[in-house]
Every structure is written in structure tokens, then in C-alpha cells.
Design a protein around this ligand. Structure first.
Ligand SMILES: NC(=O)c1ccc[n+]([C@@H]2O[C@H](COP(=O)([O-])OP(=O)(O)OC[C@H]3O[C@@H](n4cnc5c(N)ncnc54)[C@H](O)[C@@H]3O)[C@@H](O)[C@H]2O)c1
Length: 248
């Protein structure tokens, strides 16, 4: 699963699944743009790790919920004299809150980070893929976007939206551009830490056939497959590295 000669943009790449994905892509030969928000030290540490191993990587800060920041990010990448062959929409946030306490601000913040960001990045990057006649988009959804979860309505709605957006873009940009989603089960990142989630929910997350959280590198491996030519007949699909949490 080599990506030599290709450039990937991974959003939210300083931590967790995005970080593991950027690293695996670089190890597979891709040049990697690591987008981050307020995580400069972590992002630059990964850039150093990749460049010291002989790869090419850049860290660029941008709030992917903001259209002008996304346009500026894409312009900065163009100025690096690389074109984006692979877009991984990974950035996201989560919030546990009873639905009846959910404010309009909560809704806008969650939908902004988890769904609008995918729209903004796809709209900004697809024109160059169309012009070249090739490209791969990978959207990180969630198993919760398929089954739902009490206390996480905006997150689940946004992730279900990511799946619908993925299928629509796959249809609209076929045959030469492939658009797929990954709907991971529970992954051991900050998102599932006790700071972000109640113990009761963490216990629920562990109540799956494999009885463990995934390592981020296990989700990155699915992204690497979808980015590579080995998955060339996949488009509009939702792959589920989830330890058996959901069997659609
Ligand atoms: N951890 C899980 O169990 C799990 C399960 C299914 C799906 N996911 C999804 O995986 C993706 C990555 O999450 P993770 O688990 O690695 O957690 P994480 O918190 O480590 O990663 C999310 C990253 O997104 C970045 N980010 C958030 N808002 C941003 C913005 N506006 N602009 C730019 N960057 C922004 C954060 O700074 C962070 O680095 C998310 O979309 C998440 O919903 C996670």
C-alpha cells in the first residue's frame, strides 16, 4: 500500500487518529500536510519525525470550521508547489450532554466541527482533483453516526451527515475521484478520555465483541487502504474498523 509521489492533507493531524494517519501515509511514501488548530508543538514534532526519516511534511494551522481559513489553508498548500491527491477529513470534536440541555451554540459548534468542516474542505479541494482527473477523499465518520447514542445527539447527527455527504460526493465525482468514509468504533484517543466522557459511557463503548478500544494506528491502516490503489474499486463506502461494535 504505497503512496509514493502523492500529497495528502490530513485535518486535525496533531493528535489521535489524524496523527497516526499522517505518520502511516508518510511511511508509505506520501508527502503530508498536517493541519492542526492550536497544536503547533505536537504538529511540528511530527513534521520533524517525518522529515528526519527522509519524508516530506508541513504543519499548517487552520480552523476547518471557517471558510476563509480553509481557503487560506488550500492557498498555502498551493504555494508549497504541491497539489492535494488525498484529503482526509479527520478533525472533529465530541460533547456528552442530555439532549434537552443542548443549546443552539452546542449544536452549531458540533455540526461546524464534525460536518460543515467536511463540506468546506471538500468544496475547497475537489476543484484541483477534478482538474487533474484523479483524487481520493476519506471522511472520518463514526459508528455512532450509524446507530446513535443517548447523550450525543449533535455528534451522531453530524456523523450520519458525513456518511450522507460521502455517498453524494462519491456519486457526483465518479468515476475518477473516489470518496469513502470510515466509521470507527471506540478508539483510545483524547476523545474517549475520562475528561471528555463519563465512566458510564466509556463502559458502554467497551461493551463490544472485542472488549477493547482500538489503537489509532488501526484506523489509520484503514485510511491507508482507502488512500491506496488497492482500494480502487471502492467509492461511496463506509468501512467499519470497530471491533464488532456495529454490524450493518
Ligand atoms: N476516538 C474515537 O473513539 C472515535 C470514534 C469514531 C470516530 N472518531 C472520529 O475520529 C476523528 C479524530 O478524533 P480522535 O479520536 O483522533 O480525537 P482527537 O481529539 O485526538 O482528534 C481530533 C483533532 O481534531 C482537531 N480539531 C478539532 N476542531 C478543529 C478545527 N476546528 N480545526 C482544525 N482541527 C480541529 C483537534 O485539535 C484534534 O487534534 C474525529 O472526527 C472523531 O469524531 C473518533
Amino acid at each position: 500500500m504505497r503512496l509514493d509521489g502523492r500529497t495528502a492533507l490530513v485535518t486535525g493531524a496533531a493528535t489521535g487518529i489524524g496523527r497516526a494517519t499522517a505518520l502511516q501515509f508518510a511511511q508509505a511514501g506520501a508527502a503530508v500536510v498536517l493541519n492542526h488548530l492550536g497544536r503547533a508543538a505536537l504538529a511540528h514534532e511530527l513534521v520533524d519525525q517525518i522529515t528526519q526519516a527522509g519524508g516530506r511534511a508541513w504543519a499548517l494551522e487552520a480552523d476547518v470550521t471557517n471558510a476563509s481559513a480553509v481557503a487560506a489553508l488550500v492557498a498555502q498548500i498551493a504555494a508549497l508547489d504541491v497539489s492535494i491527491d488525498i484529503l482526509v477529513n479527520n478533525a472533529g470534536i465530541i460533547q456528552e450532554k442530555p439532549f434537552l440541555d443542548t443549546t443552539e451554540d452546542d449544536w452549531d459548534r458540533m455540526l461546524g466541527a464534525d460536518l460543515k468542516s467536511v463540506f468546506l474542505l471538500a468544496r475547497a479541494v475537489l476543484p484541483q482533483m477534478v482538474a487533474r482527473g484523479s483524487g481520493v477523499v476519506i471522511n472520518i465518520a463514526s459508528d455512532l453516526g450509524i446507530v446513535g447514542r443517548a447523550g450525543f445527539a449533535p455528534y451522531c447527527a453530524a456523523k450520519a451527515g458525513v456518511i450522507g455527504l460521502t455517498k453524494s460526493l462519491a456519486l457526483e465525482f465518479a468515476p475518477h475521484i473516489r470518496v469513502n468514509a470510515i466509521a470507527p468504533g471506540p478508539v483510545a484517543t483524547a476523545m474517549l478520555s475520562p475528561e471528555s466522557m463519563s465512566e458510564a459511557t466509556r463502559a458502554l463503548e467497551l461493551d463490544i465483541p472485542q472488549r477493547r478500544f482500538a489503537d489509532p494506528c488501526e484506523i489509520a491502516a484503514t485510511a491507508l487502504f482507502l488512500a491506496s490503489d488497492l482500494s480502487r474499486f471502492y467509492t461511496g463506502q463506509v468501512l467499519g474498523p470497530n471491533g464488532g461494535s456495529v454490524m450493518p
